[in-house]
Design a protein around this ligand. Structure first.
Ligand SMILES: [Zn+2]
Length: 71
């Protein structure tokens, strides 16, 4: 599985790492640059958001959860 860009989340975007010592990641799709800490923070936020949504969905075992992710 490829590492998705934390800015545009495009699964087809190619994320490369700058090799000039800055260790910045760069997305070929949205042209955004981000650091390793940015990635960790973004993934944490995603996990936090999802764990809430999953907990909510688990509380409704009968219903087909129809939610629109807004964030
Ligand atoms: Zn991107």
């Amino acid at each position: 599985m490829k590492a998705a860009c934390i800015k545009c989340w495009n699964p087809d975007a190619l994320v490369t790492m700058d090799l000039d010592g800055s260790a910045l990641f760069r997305c070929s799709e949205c042209e955004e640059e981000f650091t390793r800490d940015d990635v960790r923070g973004a993934l944490e936020a995603v996990q936090r958001g999802w764990s809430r949504l999953l907990a909510w969905a688990d509380a409704y075992p009968q219903a087909e959860p129809e939610t629109t992710a807004t964030t």
